[in-house]
Design a protein around this ligand. Structure first.
Ligand code: GRF
Length: 199
């Protein structure tokens, strides 16, 4: 059993990141939220990090136009906070293979559907839920997976189903899936901390 040292990457609201921080505070997750990186300086994730007193960094192609410099800035943060696990939580950029290797592949992501269905490049946000509804699926859900070089492709670590209800819109489905996301991300991390899931 080891206290996970987490680095978050988030581009927008950061509600999944917040759910993990809350789980740590409430003693449901043995981890430390060490730092937050966002490519969007005005993101809710940065605001949440400020409110929580968590070190936060704006790193993007604007701050680091050279990809090598960008990776080095991320690696500096990994070193500085002795990060052992990266959590992508609504991060709209791809991490380089170098960064993934730098943390021995310990990079997790959450996706608002039952992968491998409804994943891949351009399958994000409300588009995922629109695609689920258009396909006539009766069940959607959330997936936690390891990150590799292909979008939404790495090993699936956990999934939870969410039924599609008659009359659901993409927004109502997204809201119910998000509630489940907030539960399974922290639960999966705790299984990693406990050694029940080995990554
Ligand atoms: C979530 O639906 C997550 O599955 C996806 O992006 C969304 C992020 O939401 N990868 P939030 O920023 O955590 O509120």
């Amino acid at each position: 059993m080891a206290t996970l040292k987490l680095l978050f990457f988030a581009s927008h609201g950061g509600s999944n990141m917040q759910a993990i921080i809350d789980a740590i505070r409430e003693g449901r997750l043995d981890a430390r939220a060490c730092a937050v990186i966002s490519n969007n300086s005005g993101s809710g994730a940065i605001e949440r990090a400020m409110n929580e007193g968590i070190p936060h960094f704006h790193i993007s192609v604007k701050t680091h136009p050279n990809p090598r410099d960008l990776d080095e800035a991320i690696m500096d943060i990994i070193d500085r906070y002795r990060i052992d696990t990266i959590c992508l939580a609504g991060y709209m950029k791809k991490l380089s293979p170098e960064i993934i290797r730098y943390v021995n592949g310990r990079v997790l992501n959450i996706h608002p559907a039952l992968l491998p269905k409804f994943g891949g490049h351009e399958m994000y946000g409300i588009k995922v839920h629109e695609a689920v509804l258009a396909s006539g699926e009766t069940v959607s859900g959330a997936s936690i997976h390891l990150v590799d070089e292909v979008y939404d492709h790495g090993k699936i670590l956990a999934q939870r189903e969410v039924p599609v209800m008659p009359g659901d819109t993409a927004d109502t489905l997204a809201t119910r899936v998000l509630e489940v996301e907030h539960v399974i991300y922290a639960e999966t991390l705790q299984k990693i901390a406990m050694g029940e899931i080995v990554i």
